[in-house]
Design a protein around this ligand. Structure first.
Ligand code: CTP
Ligand code: CA
Length: 222
């Protein structure tokens, strides 16, 4: 909490953030996406700037004004987001994975527009790479933070994700409450347990999360 009031408490650190949804194309004009607005990711980028860090933001398709980050990379699909993350990760001390990465993409992409038929059609989906899991399992990973949006069993599912993805910290929120909203209740799950954040707006929550990340980062073991 003390850090929350200190200016530039992470001065000189390099923070990589993913934000927004991804869009997985089906054909030239259609695709699959989700309802992530990108608000929380941008709020984290703003909070990271206020903490004095150098921020690289990798963002899926969103329509919101951007904070004045040091580097901005626009991507569309999960595979593009992974490629962009691979380009930036060696230059990062902290990776904050806020993006709502699509879990699947269509098995094939049609370059021309598909024509409608008077019958059911089947779309085959293949799993996308798990970006935060990939980063956390690198030989010399940055300090990795995940976000988990759940609709039920929030704390249990988030705790399982934290251990499955080997993340020192995961931020859990209520998916339907959070989508596009200014505030939702957040929980921070780390090795000490669960911390509940007050229901304040996303910009204040992001600053609280950032202060907690700095606390864990400064006390990390490696
Ligand atoms: N994540 C990721 N790459 C993916 C899927 C998720 O990097 N392909 C990251 C998200 O950015 C987030 C964390 O993993 O930080 C948790 O995402 P979430 O969708 O809640 O978890 P999943 O493991 O995809 O599980 P599920 O969607 O089934 O709840
Ligand atoms: Ca998912």
């Amino acid at each position: 909490v003390r850090r929350f009031f200190q200016p530039k408490y992470l001065e000189g650190k390099r923070v990589l953030i993913t934000a927004g949804p991804t869009f997985e194309a089906i054909d030239a004009v259609r695709g699959l996406t989700n309802r992530s607005s990108g608000r929380m990711g941008l709020a984290m980028a703003q909070a990271a700037l206020e903490a004095g860090t150098r921020v690289t933001l990798i963002c899926g398709p969103i329509c919101l004004p951007l904070p004045a980050v040091h580097k901005f990379v626009q991507v569309v699909s999960a595979e593009e987001m992974l490629a962009a993350v691979k380009n930036e990760v060696d230059n990062s001390d902290i990776f904050i994975s806020v993006a709502a990465v699509a879990d699947y993409r269509p098995a094939e992409y049609h370059a021309s527009k598909l024509k409608k038929k008077e019958q059911n059609i089947t779309l085959t989906l293949v799993p996308n790479p798990d970006i935060v899991r990939y980063v956390a399992s690198l030989p010399n990973p940055p300090f990795c933070v995940g976000f988990a949006a759940e609709t039920d069993n929030i704390e249990q599912y988030a705790a399982e994700k934290r251990s499955r993805k080997k993340l020192p910290l995961i931020v859990a929120n209520h998916a339907t409450e959070a989508i596009g909203a200014d505030a939702s209740t957040l929980m921070l799950l780390d090795e000490e347990g669960t911390h509940h954040l007050p229901k304040v707006d996303k910009s204040v929550q992001a600053r609280l999360v950032m202060a907690h990340i700095a606390h864990l980062y400064d006390n990390r073991k490696n």
